[in-house]
Design a protein around this ligand. Structure first.
Ligand SMILES: Nc1ncnc2c1ncn2[C@@H]1O[C@H](COP(=O)(O)OP(=O)(O)OP(=O)(O)O)[C@@H](O)[C@H]1O
Ligand SMILES: C=C(C)CCOP(=O)(O)O
Length: 251
């Protein structure tokens, strides 16, 4: 039976977060290589890729003072974030093509919305139909029109949980720069089942990040209702091959 995997490639992995709009070419090649190899396997999953903002989205969002909670009615500001994310998305999709992966872009701004209670509505048909037709959807973190708030940031983490639920994913992974969620001593916590257990060790991000870093990630994954894994680039191939990797989060 073919399984469905939703995988986020963290913006902190794909980019150099210390320099605006800078792709980390080696890291992107490494991730793309692992994806291409996994899709060549006999038991390859159907794969939905999501990517975060790194030094593309977060840089522009911070500059314009927007986040997933604080919106803007300045169309040029919203477009600056979206367009930077599109440039990163183009870079990811193009490298995937270079590795023989049939990737197609998905830009949520054109179709997703948030209501006044910040509930996300994301049409799933595009990604579902792409999967049916053998493509790999590559969904960018983006801006989204938000009732009563103008436009807010839509994080890759929220896209992962929404797509995983909506597409009934069998496996969910978040590849970040860290090898997992780390405890006070820097060791990988094997399993998280409650936010209270890890609240004290969870922080934001070391770099510019408008969506809450690791604490927000763990919170979102605990609400998913299915196991999800947070791991580093070294474990990406193992995760895609169906093995355990990093920290498993079970809500
Ligand atoms: N307990 C913790 N364990 C691991 N990382 C932590 C912890 N607390 C805070 N962090 C920070 O969380 C970061 C990962 O979150 P971040 O949102 O930056 O990653 P990402 O999803 O890969 O990138 P992006 O948000 O750009 O897509 C780590 O680089 C680290 O700085
Ligand atoms: C700032 C933007 C548009 C991206 C936020 O998504 P994340 O990097 O997954 O937190």
């Amino acid at each position: 039976m073919t399984t469905t995997t939703v995988l986020k490639l963290g913006g902190s992995v794909l980019t150099d977060k210390s320099a605006p709009e800078t792709v980390d070419g080696d890291a992107l090649d490494g991730a793309v290589g692992a994806v291409a190899e996994a899709l060549d396997a006999d038991d390859a999953p159907r794969l939905v890729l999501v990517h975060g903002g790194g030094s593309f989205g977060h840089h522009h969002a911070a500059k314009h003072g927007v986040s997933d909670a604080d919106g803007t009615r300045d169309a040029e500001a919203a477009f600056a974030v979206h367009d930077a994310m599109r440039r990163l998305n183009d870079a990811v999709v193009t490298r995937l093509h270079g590795a023989g992966v049939d990737a197609l872009p998905v830009h949520p701004l054109s179709a997703a919305t948030r209501d006044s209670a910040a509930r996300l509505s994301l049409p799933l048909d595009p990604a579902a139909t792409m999967l049916e037709e053998g493509f790999v959807p590559v969904v960018q973190a983006d801006m989204v029109a938000h009732a009563g708030a103008g436009a807010t940031v839509l994080s890759g983490d929220e896209l992962v949980t929404t797509l995983a639920r909506g597409l009934d994913a069998d496996r969910v992974g978040l590849c970040s720069t860290v090898p997992g969620v780390l405890d006070d001593d820097g060791a990988v916590i094997p399993e998280i089942t409650a936010f209270e257990d890890v609240r004290d060790v969870l922080g934001g991000s070391d770099a510019t990040d408008v969506t809450g870093g690791m604490a927000a990630k763990v919170r979102a994954l605990l609400e998913l209702g299915a196991p999800a894994r947070v791991f580093g680039p070294d474990a990406l191939a193992a995760f895609l091959a169906g093995e355990d990797a990093g920290t498993v989060i079970r809500g």
